[in-house]
Unconditional design. Structure first.
Length: 102
């Protein structure tokens, strides 16, 4: 949430637009959300605005709930390995905690 709030209003509007698409369409275009190759159910939400590229990692829980893990502004062609590792760690922690609360 802090990452979102740190962005200017126009970038936040673009985030909101992409989130609306994800919530309302049956088949999300790859332009907005893509499975991370080599991962176990990790996806990246893809947002571009004014020459800047933003990524938010997420996964599905029971097929319909998107869990947002970490977000960053992409500065290179390749997604930074440490961002993928952080998302995988947070995903694992989420499901571990969830299984303990049942």
């Amino acid at each position: 949430m802090d990452f979102y709030l740190d962005q200017n209003d126009k970038v936040q509007d673009k985030f909101d637009y992409v989130f609306r698409i994800i919530r309302t369409v049956d088949k999300i275009p790859e332009k907005f959300m893509k499975h991370m190759e080599g991962s176990d159910g990790l996806y990246e939400i893809r947002i571009e605005f004014g020459g800047s590229i933003f990524r938010i990692f997420c996964c599905f829980d029971k097929g319909n709930l998107v869990i947002l893990f970490n977000a960053f502004q992409k500065k290179t062609q390749k997604t930074p390995k440490q961002e993928i590792e952080l998302a995988e760690k947070l995903k694992k922690e989420y499901f571990k905690l969830k299984s303990k609360t049942k």
